[in-house]
Every structure is written in structure tokens, then in C-alpha cells.
Design a binder for this molecule. Structure first.
Ligand code: FES
Length: 516
């Protein structure tokens, strides 16, 4: 089996029974904020795109690159489709010209022509990706690989059941806007970023330990930021609170916990797995150490080369004819009317401060969840406040974007302030700005709330419910207790055991009793 690194979360898997191209991403994503790093635009995509199967794990724009898929990937490829609750991924791929689809069932092994076996595990909570994220397991000739991607299953049991995995590809770096965009004192931001960076690594070690594969491939990030306005997010400034450590940092940190089996691929690196998967040999287009030692120079060169495309894209965002308040009213108020769980979960007004083109004026608009309306800000206390350029919202309206997480928020082109804890319902709502998605999310939360978590486990002096109140991670694997606080390492949520209170999110009480 041969694995060719094609950048970020992308790879091509070649076997004697066929080839699979995963998540090819080349063009900048999220308002041109994210670019793949190292640059993969100069690979021979005509050849790489001539494949038997295409796997797009989910619709995040650093995994689903419509322009690239349209131009370079063979439309004869059969799409291996995760089992998602909405048909959006399939619809978008059909629009690009793909016609052959193999609909997998989550957690079920499928045997394709020539004995190639695949299984896709689909995660479908409203917080997983843009309504869905997935991992791909592949077996051929006794060699098994798991492309876990950036998915966060509560455990890897299902993959372990299928036999020893030889190569495990997974995310280790950040892919979010927290804490950089928050209006906080610099030292607080650094402290939160540092915690986040440590948590990301801890989660990665846990998954690696769960699977115990022969080889571990750190993938799916970090991206690089080439716009001058975002340049500070690249991990090149010695900021210990930066959440985007790269593969060379991964190697250092992994070595500290005893890891010796990492394989870092650059775009164009080729790994051959042989000896039943127990041996690997990798060739690189350029030495990996040297590449990362010269990271700043590579980034600067890339910034200059991509500047014209970036400027052209930025020039396309302004649509002064759009009546932002009127359009938001038209689009969002019917959804507020229908929303029960999400609106209740948000629980208060959310304010958007839109900065005019010249930076001189600010128009404040409130999405009033309890009042179920969108209106001008009326000097009230708000739960969340976002500040961004008016042109970004104009563009979202212009392209009729139904997922502001997969566009505005991941762009990091905003600042934010909030009162109280992180509220996942705010982001869940703004990724569901369509009838289909909103109904799905409402249904999911309804079911989730009604399901009873009966099983308990022991944690030293405490008896605690086994499943995390957040997204049901098994706390016997992901939980750690320090003093009276339990932390679930899957997403780092904390719970005060004596009161059961969640210290990270609204609601989500945990059941815990002190053993006598
Ligand atoms: S499942 Fe998310 S913190 Fe536990």
C-alpha cells in the first residue's frame, strides 16, 4: 500500500485494488484566511486526480474545495459517501459533475472491487463539522489504515475491533478561532491559548494510545495565514499561546511522551507500507527538518506569490447594494420562530457590530433569540458580541451562505466578547441558517436531552455518570479528576463535581456523588 501526502488532510492511498484520493484542498478557504501549508498547489494534480475513488470527509472548506474538485479530480471517480443526515455533501458533489456514488453505512465494512475494504464512521451531532464529520478506514492485503482526519469520535473501539491498524492519520493542531479573536488582555489570551495547545496534544496522545498503530501520521493542519491582517496567527513568533503548532512541534512534543513512530509527510512525500504494514519507508521531495527550519522563509515566499489572488478575492466581498438588516430579518427571523432548543440554549441577544468600509462607522444589529427578531441594537446587555467588517456579512448574504461557522467564524476575521461561559448553541445556530439544517439540529438536541445516561463509574472518591454530558465521550477514558474538578479531555470541558455544574458550557450538568 502506498500513501502519498498531498497536503493538509489530503492524501492519496494506492493499492493493487484501486486508489482513493482524500480531501484534496488547494485553494484558500474561509474568506481567503486559510491556505494549505506546506504549499501543495504545484503538485501534479492532473495525475493525482485520476483516481478510482474520492473521499470527502465533510464539507468544511479545507476538506471540500469545490474549485479544485471541479477542475482536477476525475469525474469517473466513485465517491465514497459518509452516511450523513442531510444530502448536502452529495448534492454539492453532483453539482460539480460527480455521478457515481457509493453510499456507505456508518461503522459498516464494505468490500469493493478487488477486495478493497472500506469503512466510514460518520459523526452526526450538530457540533461535528458542518453537520457531520467522518473518518475513513481502509484495508487491503492485510494492511489497515485509519484516516481519522479531524473527526473526534468518543473512542476508537469500532476500528480496534477490525484488527490491528498499521497507519493512523490524525489531527494534532488547532482549527478554531479561540482564543485569538477574543477581546481579552494579552496575558489572559496567552494563558488560554497555552491550555488549548496542551489540550490538543493530550487528546492526540489519547487517540494514538487507543489505537496503538505501528505508524502515526500527523495531518489536517495547521493551515497558514498569508493575509497581513492574520499573519500573527502563524506559529513563528515564539508565542506559547499559539494554537497552530506545526508537524515539527508535533515531533518534539511526541518524543516527550515517548513517541517514536511518527511519519511526517510533506506534499509529494510517498510512504510505502510493506511487510504486512509493519514496515514503512518514506521519500520526501525535500528534507523535512530542513523544510521546517526554513518555515519563515517559505511562508514569506508564499505570501508574495499568493498576494495577487488574495487581493482579488478580497475585492469581491463588497456588495453595497445589500440591505444587511433587512436581509438578515428576512432570513433569520423565520428560523428563530421555529427554533426551540437552539434559541433556548443561546438564551439572550447576540450582537453584531458591522464596521463600514472606511472603518469610520459601526452599525449594530442584534439577533434577539428570546424576542425572536433581528433588529437594531437597543443598548441592552448582550450575551455575545461579534465585531466584523460589514463587507463580510454582505458577501454571506450575497452568496446565500447557510453556515457562518464554515465561512465567517473560521476565517478568524472578527473579534468577539462574551459574558459568561462558552455557548455552543450560538455557533450551532449560525451553522444552521437553513430550514433543513435547523430542523435536524433541533431534532438532535431533542433526542439528546431525552436520552438517559444511566451507567456510572468510579473516580477515586467520586461516582460519576460514565458518559460526558457534552457529547457523550466515555469518561473512563477521557476523564481526569483534579481536586473537585473533572475534565473531559475530548473537548476539554470541566465539571465541578460537588455541584455537578458544568464550568465550560451552559447547562450540561453532570451526575456525581461523593462516595462515603
Ligand atoms: S465530549 Fe466534549 S468535553 Fe466531553
Amino acid at each position: 500500500m502506498r500513501i502519498t501526502g498531498t497536503g493538509h488532510a489530503s492524501m492519496r492511498i494506492d493499492t493493487a485494488a484501486g486508489s482513493i484520493l482524500c480531501d484534496p484542498w488547494v485553494n484558500p478557504a474561509y474568506f481567503a484566511s486559510w491556505f494549505p501549508f506546506p504549499d501543495n498547489s504545484q503538485l501534479d494534480w492532473e495525475t493525482l486526480g485520476n483516481v478510482d475513488y474520492l473521499y470527502v470527509s465533510h464539507l468544511h472548506r479545507d476538506h471540500f474545495d469545490a474549485e479544485h474538485l471541479k477542475r482536477f479530480i476525475s469525474k469517473k471517480a466513485t465517491v465514497l459517501l459518509p452516511e450523513y443526515p442531510t444530502s448536502q455533501l452529495e448534492d454539492e458533489l453532483r453539482d460539480l459533475g460527480f455521478t457515481s456514488f457509493f453510499r456507505t453505512r456508518s461503522d459498516e465494512v464494505h468490500e469493493l472491487d478487488g477486495g478493497l475494504k472500506v469503512m466510514i464512521q460518520a459523526l452526526i451531532s450538530p457540533t461535528d463539522g458542518p453537520i457531520g464529520d467522518s473518518s475513513l478506514w481502509v484495508e487491503h492485503d492485510g494492511i489497515r489504515v485509519l484516516n481519522q482526519n479531524d473527526a473526534r469520535p468518543s473512542d476508537l473501539t469500532r476500528f480496534n475491533e477490525l484488527g490491528h491498524v498499521h497507519a493512523h492519520m490524525l489531527q494534532f493542531s488547532g482549527a478554531i478561532w479561540y482564543p485569538m479573536v477574543y477581546e481579552l488582555p494579552e496575558n489572559a489570551k496567552t494563558a488560554f491559548g497555552k491550555q488549548k495547545r496542551e489540550r490538543q496534544f493530550d487528546r492526540t496522545w489519547r487517540y494514538i494510545d487507543d489505537l496503538k498503530a505501528d505508524f502515526v501520521f500527523p495531518i489536517a493542519g495547521p493551515p497558514c495565514f498569508l493575509d497581513d491582517e492574520l499573519w500573527q496567527f502563524n506559529d513563528i513568533h515564539g508565542d506559547e499561546g499559539n494554537i497552530f503548532p506545526d508537524q515539527s512541534v508535533f515531533l518534539t512534543e511526541y518524543a516527550k511522551v515517548g513517541g517514536t513512530n511518527a511519519v511526517v509527510q510533506l506534499p509529494g512525500s510517498v510512504t510505502e507500507l510493506s511487510d504486512g504494514g509493519r514496515t514503512q519507508s518514506t521519500t520526501h521531495p525535500t528534507p523535512v527538518d530542513e523544510f521546517f527550519a526554513n518555515k519563515v522563509a517559505h511562508l514569506e515566499e508564499m505570501r508574495e506569490r499568493k498576494r495577487p489572488a488574495l487581493e482579488a478575492e478580497k475585492a469581491s466581498w463588497r456588495h453595497p447594494e445589500v440591505d444587511v438588516l433587512g436581509e438578515l430579518k428576512k432570513r433569520i427571523e423565520p428560523l428563530l420562530e421555529e427554533s426551540i432548543y437552539l434559541a433556548k440554549g443561546v438564551g439572550g441577544p447576540v450582537r453584531f457590530d458591522l464596521v463600514s468600509y472606511d472603518g469610520e462607522e459601526i452599525e449594530s444589529i442584534v439577533v434577539d433569540f428570546p424576542g425572536k427578531q433581528v433588529r437594531p441594537y437597543a443598548d441592552e446587555k448582550v450575551r455575545y458580541r461579534f465585531k466584523t467588517q460589514r463587507e463580510l456579512i454582505e458577501h454571506l448574504i450575497f452568496i446565500d451562505e447557510g453556515d457562518w461557522v464554515n465561512s465567517l467564524f473560521l476565517s478568524c476575521r472578527f473579534s468577539a466578547a462574551r459574558i459568561g461561559q462558552y455557548n455552543e448553541f450560538v455557533y450551532a445556530f449560525f451553522k444552521c441558517l437553513s430550514e433543513e439544517r435547523l430542523q435536524y439540529a433541533e431534532g438532535w438536541y431533542d433526542e439528546h436531552e431525552k436520552s438517559v445516561d444511566a451507567e456510572d463509574i468510579e473516580f477515586g472518591d467520586w461516582t460519576v455518570q460514565r458518559r460526558c454530558p457534552h457529547l457523550k465521550a466515555d469518561l473512563s477514558r477521557f476523564g481526569i479528576v483534579e481536586g473537585n474538578v473533572l475534565t473531559c479531555q475530548l473537548h476539554g470541558w470541566k465539571f465541578d463535581l460537588p455541584s455537578g455544574r458544568c464550568l465550560t458550557g451552559v447547562g450540561h450538568k453532570i451526575r456525581a456523588t461523593k462516595n462515603s
